[in-house]
Design a protein around this ligand. Structure first.
Ligand SMILES: [Mg+2]
Length: 262
């Protein structure tokens, strides 16, 4: 079976395999609580983790605890979990953190911004029009998937304006767009940053990143810079920095299966 990754790697030395979770290993589902890994995915990932030449990392915007929940069956494998866009980096098998944010400072500073934005969203009645806030350990997200297009636009404007009007308060944070969501998170939490950290830590000769979202672009850039392979899932050509495109999650699994067989 032809495979982008196997052709690129050719089993010369080691390979770092960096995988996004939602939209890459699981199809996007209406309720994010239900984004379970398919059975096929559990088995493939287990075998990839057990390949002595491959280092596997899952890098997601989800919190580390959510990633641990969805990947609980793989907790005993040699896998690295990067939650909160790489703000939290954890080795489940060893129970060890490679990167852990300050639990006190960040949420306190963020609470102020969250209170202001919540008040503004409520004042415009957006919370009754399909807009909702999701709290994470070190960030919060404003989701507008369920809102009408004019409301989506107004919410984006409101948040952008808040950031430019409050530079001192907002400086340690950034406003990061995703699929039908804007997330307010520490400026240093970045998937590209996480990939660079692991790539250098592992002294990788080769690496590959697969992801589907706007937030994966930083990781594509980091991988491209290091001569790695970048693959976007379900994107149109010209809309991504990734070198290659996989049409959907099934194609990602076909790639991973071919890699194992190489
Ligand atoms: Mg994704």
């Amino acid at each position: 079976m032809p495979s982008l990754i196997a052709d690129y790697w050719r089993r010369e030395n080691g390979l770092g395999l960096f995988l996004d979770y939602d939209g890459t290993l699981t199809p996007i589902v209406p309720n994010p609580e239900q984004a379970f890994l398919p059975r096929e995915g559990v088995e493939l990932l287990r075998n990839l983790c057990r390949d002595p030449q491959i280092q596997v990392a899952v890098i997601s915007g989800r919190s580390l605890s959510q990633l641990q929940h969805f990947l609980a069956e793989l907790a005993g494998e040699e896998m690295t979990l990067c939650g909160s866009h790489g703000g939290e980096i954890y080795l489940p098998k060893k129970g060890e953190f490679l990167r852990q944010p300050d639990r006190q400072e960040l949420p306190q500073a963020l609470a102020l911004i969250r209170a202001d934005i919540l008040q503004q969203l409520a004042a415009s009645d957006y919370l009754n029009q399909g807009v909702r806030i999701e709290d994470k350990p070190y960030s919060f997200a404003v989701h507008y998937r369920q809102a009408e297009p004019p409301v989506k636009q107004q919410v984006m404007t409101l948040l952008t304006h808040y950031f430019s009007a409050n530079p001192a308060t907002c400086r340690p944070f950034k406003l990061q767009p995703g699929k039908e969501v804007l997330e307010i998170l520490p400026a240093t939490f970045d998937k590209g940053n996480a990939v660079a950290f692991l790539w250098d830590n592992w002294r990788l000769p080769k690496g590959c990143y697969i992801g589907d979202d706007v937030t994966d672009e930083a990781a594509f850039a980091a991988v491209n810079q290091r001569g790695g392979l970048s693959i976007a899932v379900g994107k149109r050509p010209g809309m991504t920095q990734a070198q290659y495109i996989c049409p959907d999650v099934a194609a990602v699994y076909a790639e991973l299966a071919a890699l194992l067989e190489s």
